[in-house]
Design a protein around this ligand. Structure first.
Ligand SMILES: Nc1ncnc2c1ncn2[C@@H]1O[C@H](COP(=O)(O)OP(=O)(O)OP(=O)(O)O)[C@@H](O)[C@H]1O
Length: 281
């Protein structure tokens, strides 16, 4: 579990990017931060592995304040995947994936064998292992980025708009791949996106943020869809404009979750509003 307690971040130039942010991120679930540009998503994410240090409050991982942990070791035990894959262009795919284990002292042969297994895990052909990142498609590069994030077998995986730069079809493929992976790997995933549909698809817990990292609403997708906290959320999730991909409709006396084509994605169990409980239809 990751716990933020009244965390703030003021950058040296005076910008207060995050103010008084408190949140519990449960283990082995996916928590998604969603909000418009500049609201503090990346700053909050990067404070978890101390790429950015908070200026007030505390952040604990499994009850331990991260301020007392070695920054480099902390970073190496937390997976990190970013938008443009962040791969080293002059290193082959296999070496990119093996980077952190090698830094952690894993022998080269072992690190490479593990890297090849990880290519399988993220659905990439091992034949790509000896290519350079520029010889891969955008979607393939993102998969390599995910494999690299998983290489040290971290309990926590931070993902900052990892699918933001790929086309919509590849993006949908990668999203479903992540859902599959998460079922298999059971990590604590913290995911940042601008895209509310992506947030609802991937998140067990969705956190809607406004400027300064202010939490406007948090809850399961069902909780947010059934009871948007205010007009900002209703507008953000498109509830007022009929543009939402996922929405709730009442059919035969039951609340049914429908996708954009009107197909039922689930039924809210009677009396479950507020618990996030859903049953498949
Ligand atoms: N190094 C920095 N120095 C000063 N201000 C910064 C710095 N990094 C970020 N900020 C500011 O902090 C605020 C939050 O930035 P952050 O990158 O966390 O937002 P975000 O929600 O991730 O945005 P985006 O979706 O555009 O990536 C913004 O106002 C940004 O300009």
């Amino acid at each position: 579990m990751i716990e933020f307690r009244q965390v703030s971040k003021r950058f040296p130039d005076g910008t207060l990017a995050v103010e008084d942010f408190s949140l519990v991120i449960p283990s082995r679930k996916t928590t998604v931060f969603v909000g418009s540009s500049g609201c503090g998503k990346t700053t909050i994410l990067r404070m978890i592995n101390r790429m950015i240090d908070r200026t007030a409050g505390s952040i604990e991982i499994d009850g331990e304040d991260i301020v007392g942990l070695d920054r480099v070791k902390l970073r190496r035990r937390i997976g990190y995947v970013m938008q443009n894959s962040g791969l080293l262009p002059h290193r082959k795919v296999v070496d990119n994936v093996a980077t952190v284990p090698l830094l952690n002292g894993v022998p080269k042969r072992e690190a490479h064998a593990r890297a090849l297994e990880l290519l399988d895990t993220v659905g990439l052909d091992r034949a790509l292992a000896n290519r350079y990142p520029s010889q891969l498609s955008g979607g393939q590069q993102q998969r390599v980025g995910v494999a690299r994030g998983l290489a040290a077998d971290p309990n926590i995986l931070l993902m900052d708009e990892p699918f933001g730069a790929v086309d919509p079809l590849v993006r949908a493929e990668l999203q479903h791949e992540l859902i599959r992976l998460q079922r298999e790997l059971d990590k604590t995933v913290v995911f940042v996106t601008h895209d509310i549909d992506e947030a609802f698809l991937l998140g067990d817990q969705v956190v809607i943020l406004q400027k300064g990292g202010v939490i406007v609403q948090k809850g399961s997708p069902t909780e947010i869809l059934t009871a948007p906290a205010n007009e900002f959320v209703a507008d953000f999730i498109g509830a007022t404009k009929g543009k939402r991909a996922l929405h709730i409709d009442r059919r035969d006396g039951r609340d049914v979750v429908l996708d954009s084509e009107g197909r039922a994605a689930g039924v809210l169990v009677e009396g479950s509003a507020g618990t996030g409980e859903e049953v498949p239809t």
